[in-house]
Design a protein around this ligand. Structure first.
Ligand SMILES: C[S@@+](CC[C@H](N)C(=O)[O-])C[C@H]1O[C@@H](n2cnc3c(N)ncnc32)[C@H](O)[C@@H]1O
Length: 345
């Protein structure tokens, strides 16, 4: 009789995401891992937790998450006590589950202290991994336990953060964070019969994340920059997905002729890194008019922007074309962009 390879006890897992994406990540966790019940981590706006029995590869398929960790909790008063052989055995078991690790680094307050260095030596001896404080490939985080006495060791379940995408072969100024793009496409219908249009597609983050999230009848990206379209072509090929790219101004009245789309997404210039605040007023109005002409009645549009007031004004001025459905606020490295979801009349 074949023996089950499932771990006897569910592991405690913490998933970290960009603040503002709790609902997107919780929904993705529930869809990907059906028996799992995610809940917020008290006091944190960037993490959720759950118990999970299954392979790390399933967890590592999350696309809206920045990283996932196995959480080991120990009833110790100080991190130095984690060097006890029983504790090291649990740390080794979690560390050796992560494919390909050769070295590790410890992230902790006071990670250069003699006590943590001694602990690192003990973990190195127990796991056979080299301790490389600056660039070790397996991340171990130490912190006081959440809501209990003791200390936690968080073992990252992947060597690179989940937010790093292997398909991103061509960098592009102003490219959207891939976890935000993954969340944005999940705020829209993901039906295989849908035609998907990405206005101002840049290096293709939204196109790639939409096509990796599920089949679409067709996908089209529009950007007027040859450099953007070249980067986009490279990234689409690296992701193994296909989209038609059109080099054109989104304001042009005959863009894409009589073609129609069920779902439209746009990531216009924010006026900070790309574009200018002045030119954006005309561009944002043109984007809503063009999207309206190209969307089917009842079609949906999502716009990611940091131009908060301009976008609100433009949406108000186009209430006859688009009905606002939701606004999601996201936090990313000092920027607070919003995702507006609109429905065509
Ligand atoms: C914020 S970037 C998009 C980044 C993209 N989401 C990515 O991840 O790479 C905005 C893009 O809008 C394009 N753009 C600006 N004005 C445009 C216009 N009038 N017509 C077409 N594309 C335009 C720029 O060339 C730029 O690639």
């Amino acid at each position: 009789m074949a023996l089950s390879r499932r771990p006897a006890r569910p592991r405690a897992v913490e998933v970290v995401f960009l603040p503002g994406l709790y609902r997107s990540t919780a929904d993705e966790v529930r869809a990907l891992l059906p028996r799992v019940r995610p809940e917020p981590v008290p006091g944190r706006e960037d993490a959720l937790r759950f118990h999970y029995t299954g392979p790390l590869a399933r967890l590592n398929a999350l696309r809206t998450a920045v990283a996932a960790f196995t959480v080991l909790t120990f009833g110790v008063a100080r991190p130095a006590q984690l060097g006890h052989p029983d504790h090291l055995r649990r740390i080794r078991a979690a560390a050796t589950e992560v494919d390909g690790a050769r070295s590790f680094r410890i992230e902790a307050a006071g990670s250069g202290s003699p006590a943590i260095r001694r602990l690192a030596d003990a973990i190195g001896a127990a796991t056979g991994l080299a301790h490389r404080p600056g660039d070790g490939d397996l991340v171990l985080r130490l912190r006081p336990s959440v809501g209990a006495d003791g200390w936690d060791v968080l073992v990252r379940t992947s060597l690179r953060p989940l937010s790093a995408r292997a398909w991103r072969q061509a960098d592009y100024p102003g490219a959207v964070n891939a976890t935000i793009a993954a969340a944005m496409v999940r705020m829209l219908p993901l039906r295989p019969e849908d035609r998907f249009l990405n206005l101002m597609s840049g290096s293709g983050t939204l196109l790639v994340e939409r096509l990796l999230a599920g089949r679409a009848r067709s996908a089209v990206g529009v950007d007027w920059s040859p450099r953007a379209n070249a980067a986009c072509r490279t990234n689409l090929a690296a992701a193994g997905v296909a989209a038609e790219l059109v080099e054109a101004d989104v304001a042009s009245p005959d863009l894409l002729g009589g073609r129609r789309f069920e779902v439209v997404a746009a990531d216009p210039p924010w006026g900070t890194r790309t574009g200018s605040h002045g030119a954006n007023a005309d561009l944002y109005a043109a984007m809503l008019r063009t999207a309206h002409r190209l969307a089917v009645p009842g079609g949906v549009l999502a716009v990611l922007t940091h131009e908060v007031r301009l976008m609100e004004r433009t949406v108000r001025a186009h209430r006859g074309l688009w009905e606002p459905r939701a606004v999601h606020r996201v936090f990313q490295k000092g920027h607070h962009p919003r995702i507006h979801v609109l429905q065509r009349w």
